[in-house]
Design a protein around this ligand. Sequence first.
Ligand code: ADP
Ligand code: MG
Length: 724
Amino acid sequence: MSPVYKTQGSFFCRYIYPDYLCHMRGTILDTPVEYLKGVGPVRAKLLKEELNVIYFADLLQVFPIRYIDRTIFHHISDINSDLAIIQVKARVVQLQSAGSGRSMRLSAMVSDDTGTLELIWFQGIRWAKAKLQQGKEYIIFGKPGYYNGRYSIAHPELEEVAGEAGSSVQRMQPVYSSSEKMKANGFDSKGMARIIHSLIQTVYYEIQETLPILLLQKFRLIDRRDAFLGIHFPQNEMHLRQSTRRLKFEELFFIQIEFIRQKLHRQAASRGHHFSIVGRSFNRFYNEVLPFPLTGAQKRVIREIRADMAGGHQMNRLLQGDVGSGKTIVALFCMLIAIDNGFQACLLAPTEILANQHFQTLKKWADAIGVTIALLTGSIKQAVRSPMLRDLASGGLQILVGTHAILEDPVVFSQLGLVVIDEQHRFGVEQRAAMWQKSVPPPHILVMTATPIPRTMAMAFYGDLDYSVIDELPPGRKQVATRHFTDSARIRVFSFMRQEIAKGRQVYVVFPLIHESESLDLKDIQDGFEAISRDFPLPEYAVSIVHGQLKPDEKEYEMKRFVKGETQIMVATTVIEVGVDVPNASVMVIENAERFGLSQLHQLRGRVGRGADQSYCILMTKDKISVEARQRIETMVRTTDGFAIAEADLQIRGPGDLKGTRQSGAIELHIADLTTDGRIVEAARQSALEVLTIDPELSLPGHRALHDRLVELTSVQRNLSRIS
Ligand code: ADP
Ligand code: MG
């Protein structure tokens, strides 16, 4: 049975359109919940405050968090620590409160025929006291803990066993989450079930179908009315499954319809440079200079981007490719297309070091085909800068590589056709908007990121953008060998580092940011630095240190020493995470690896394995780590595939945190769960595409209900369709 999340506000209502506009329908579902039998003004206020429920329609969407199967119970004697959640039927044999004020607690001993269990409350004691009666039998649900030699449950869910109605008991009874305040006002789970039951009786025949009949048939979805009934009061497991699936599909389908419509609209509305020519510099580079054959994925992505830039509308594309998948050369090919069409291109990097590295790489290639290229960063001297800017404004300069410095006002292009942004997460929305201003019509924009997102997440979060993926690494890459060590093996790790350094290699040692306070973090890394400096003393070894508290030029200086090979060990915080390329570095030691998230670990590991030699990633942790941390570490040891890691990440921690990767217009899902509903996402996406291909305006008779529902969801015109 899949869990149902109780979150308020759908994608449409919460993030795009003001709430009140979602209820301009004029059906009984728009009635304020106050008028529902058993609610009234006082409790309506409570529902609004606690659940953001205002209208009947909102209440209909307060889904159960789970269902009690009232036919299956554990025996108290069978309880053991492996059971995450238990349900027992037991009688209260003793009630006792202790302490007073804030430290007050209530304890109830309950027993069935097999044993005794303690229930404990630290909060909501009044409610529990009122509810519990010595001698009565209850259904008790919760997570057992083991203290003082016996099992107990803190804050269990509780329900009186109905007297003689026992036989007619509903097998799958809904459980609604409710706050202490709601419980105190009669809206515990049962109270909620009561009003929702009365709601469904009132509105059942008002619940209209929204999906085209063909879709219902194709995916064997039950009708909407039945689905709302079944999610609240399922007849059986099958009914619940069908209801859940139907409502998930609907939710995802409308989101995809809206995404695709926004995208089509943007493509129709936004004029863009028309790059129809693939010409001299592109071909020359491809035929004469390209040092290796492109991977299939690189070729495909270049084709996708080329077609997009030749389409006449402005491109807004996200390019994903794992660390080392070869995005830079793809960027170059795209820039050459701009150049072949008489335009300029620029490449923006988040740090000066990265900009520098890109410039060095690209300059070799550009020179070989006679394309002009320059570097613009904060530290480029005026004497160089002035003529460069003149060249740029006159069109003599074809490619500009740089940092934020490019965004500044005096930087004027003659004909800017394409902007490539590397490592997008370091660039904010405003900075991208600044690039838009540099050309009319706005330049094509290609955002490159190495943070892999699973396919379904990408569909769900970037469904309105164009999206390309390099899902293949160049051949012959040596996998970074990854090992997990605990602190007790530190001596071995140090001696391994010495061996590698003796071979002329370099080593990173990375510390996490752990503390609230930066000075404490700083102390961690300072201590680490001192310890390492002691074990790797001068003059044999030199150690660099880089962290967020250093001034930018100090940071640059330390980085450069390492890049040039003047130091053998780089002690750093995660500031080195993005893009730095030191092919000679072969070992990445990550301290307190249990503190890092998977995608961060993956990014850090990507700093090594860039040269020809075997590289290593060493994950150091304490001896004891949490189950989740262990899963992360095991995932890292098992695979180096960024997409597999992103999938694992999604499984381990759920999609919640990943939402942050989307910079605007995050979606909050009501019922669908991206960790488990990938197939429904795909089906919804595909169906939405099919429907809009046949009927872009949704004007066919068979799409009437769909159209009306969409209007209802999107009563306001809004343009969310740009990346920036
Ligand atoms: P990232 O996608 O992480 O930015 P890069 O563009 O820096 O990756 O590429 C990593 C390395 O792989 C570079 O040294 C690059 O020259 C090399 N490379 C890129 N494409 C190929 C390919 N098709 N075959 C072999 N090596 C490649
Ligand atoms: Mg890169």
